[in-house]
Design a protein around this ligand. Structure first.
Ligand code: GLU
Length: 302
């Protein structure tokens, strides 16, 4: 299968130092495998999108020499695909309507002696698995169990990450049944990303390590939808001097693209690459060679 990679930014602001690392790594991995690289704008969460950020990201990437091999796609224009996938899941009994509010979920968890730690996932306790309790529908959830007929069995997913090595997650204990669609019409990242990776023929997902723990639920979704499973590589995160994950609210995160090569060098350093060239194109070519020497996956891909 020919290699197809992608970079899938959410247009919640311009690229920052952390997202450039993921963009560069995904581009290098595609080039190192003689493959194609696509850009997909993940704008399904309308409330978080910043008008114009999509165009700005595309322009920032272009200045760094990272140009999509096909016209970029916008997830907001692909909702018919998500709708079709959701209908299949509902018809097959892998998805169900849920009427629980956040407060209700937290109350159930507290009553079960499982209060949520700050920043931790709000593990859905499965309240609506057997039907609504007279409430309006708030969301549609994915049944996270190994088998529909044994919904109480734990879903434990083992997977291999090309950077992080062997990984394992008990999805039932750490995540619970994930939201696929909200009653306000919003499509969840989890469904959109899985449907689009398959629809576009993505063979390799290369993205930041902050998304590594989303991979098992995405692999479950691929499995129940009968979709091919891409390989995964999660890149190290850029951290602030006090060890916090870099995000858009940090001043240090702003990318100064007056000198794109300096920005690329910073991103490459996070990836453990050290490339000497002083012009953009030779720099990208040399970085590709370094990346290939460390990360190329056998001949099966070429
Ligand atoms: N849109 C996601 C983000 O910007 C990335 C999705 C992915 O690469 O799977 O964090």
């Amino acid at each position: 299968m020919p290699y197809l990679g992608r970079f899938a930014p959410s247009p919640t602001g311009p690229l920052h130092a952390g997202s450039l690392v993921a963009a560069l790594a995904s581009w290098l991995d595609a080039r190192a495998h003689g493959g194609r690289w696509l850009l997909r704008i993940e704008d399904v969460d309308r409330a978080r999108c910043v008008p114009g950020a999509d165009r700005e990201i595309i322009e920032q990437l272009r200045r760094c020499g990272l140009v999509s091999d096909a016209p970029p796609v916008w997830q907001s224009q692909r909702t018919n695909l998500y709708e079709a996938a959701l209908e299949r899941l509902l018809a097959a009994g892998w998805a169900y309507p849920c009427g629980c509010s956040r407060a209700e979920i937290e109350a159930v968890l507290a009553a079960q002696g499982r209060p949520r730690a700050r920043h931790a996932e709000r593990v859905y306790p499965g309240t609506c698995r057997n039907g609504l309790h007279g409430q309006p529908v708030r969301a549609t959830r994915l049944l996270c169990a190994p088998d529909r007929s044994h919904p109480d069995e734990a879903l434990v997913i083992d997977w291999h990450d090309r950077w992080l090595g062997p990984q394992c997650q008990d999805v039932s204990a750490q995540v619970g049944d994930v939201v696929l669609h909200r009653a306000d019409g919003a499509w969840a990242y989890q469904l959109a990303v899985v449907v689009d990776d398959a629809a576009q023929g993505v063979t390799d997902v290369v993205r930041g390590a902050d998304l590594a723990d989303n991979t098992p639920r995405q692999r479950h979704l691929q499995q129940v939808l009968g979709l091919p499973r891409p390989r995964y590589l999660h890149t190290p995160l850029v951290r602030t001097s006090d060890g916090e994950k870099l995000s858009k609210r940090h001043a240090a995160a702003t990318l100064d693209l007056a000198d794109p090569l300096a920005a690329l060098r910073g991103a490459a350093a996070v990836l453990g690459l050290d490339v000497a060239a002083h012009e953009l194109d030779p720099w990208l070519a040399a970085a590709t060679t370094q990346w290939a020497a460390r990360h190329a996956v056998g001949h099966a891909l070429a």
